[in-house]
Write a protein that binds this ligand. Sequence first.
Ligand code: C5P
Length: 315
Amino acid sequence: MEFRKVQIARTVHTPAKLNLYLDVLGRRVDGYHELETLMVPIGLRDSLTICPTPPPADGSVGEISLTVRSALGAYSQSGTRDAVPIGPENLVARALRLLRERSGIRAGARVQLVKRIPMAAGLGGGSSDAAAALRLGNRVWGLGYSTPQLLSLAAEIGSDVPFFIIGRAAICRGRGEAVEPISAGPRMHVVVLKPPVGLSTPQVFRAFDSFCAPHCRELPSASRVSAVVVALRRGDWPALGRAMSNQLERAADRLAPWLAQVRAVFRRLDCVGHQLSGSGSAYFGLCRHAAHARKLASMLQAKRLGFALATSSCP
Ligand code: C5P
């Protein structure tokens, strides 16, 4: 396949996610964990711009250049030292290289990423950027890949990337790559707190294996995700608050004992429900409406536990 026609630069805004439910069902032979998780995209977004460049005349492969601008000023003020990788390990660069290798084109791209989603937060920022790069690369390079083809490439990049290709509320199983979209009902308002210190996903899963898995195996294994699905569809926030859970929380607590303080603060706030998102360290509270989320965000901000933001699920 080759660069079919000259395309202009395109921009997409890539959402973060929250895990309303996360159950670790077991360890797999490939070292990953079998999951059942329900995720929703939220209105905190990075921006990705891709400008395609023509294939070099000498028959070589065009450059994929990436510049990253951090719009994480507010998080930095709260002490976070987030560093976005800009080298080949950056998920956007990996996604575009994969797309190009598989399609056999030689075109290049100039890519700009504006980061607003904090890293090491369990908010899926890197995965969302990678999914956006696959969709946008497909478009600006005129490759014509179908959504199932993009989903399969996405799964090669990371467990959460296929969810962002679908881009709506979904139950994700397997490693996270088997995505079943669900109907999400009315808009859900939340307050999200990103503490200054982040958490590493592999480390949290390792802590889960060491400290939590033996205990969890004794628990009944019936899935409780359907209660979350029903509450979300009806917009029944109290029922959603009761049904939410995240089995990685205790593992995250082992690595970050200060999360107990965050949880205690949320317990004293007038939230409908609260928990860690994914492997953390972002923690969120379910709110009754937008004004409620804004009020809780300013209360949290005043407590100086990190950066607090009022946002909502994407329709
Ligand atoms: O798939 P991804 O590269 O995003 O996963 C990052 C890390 O999180 C993996 O290397 C693994 O340690 C852990 N992980 C896991 N089971 C999953 C997803 C992620 O153990 N289902």
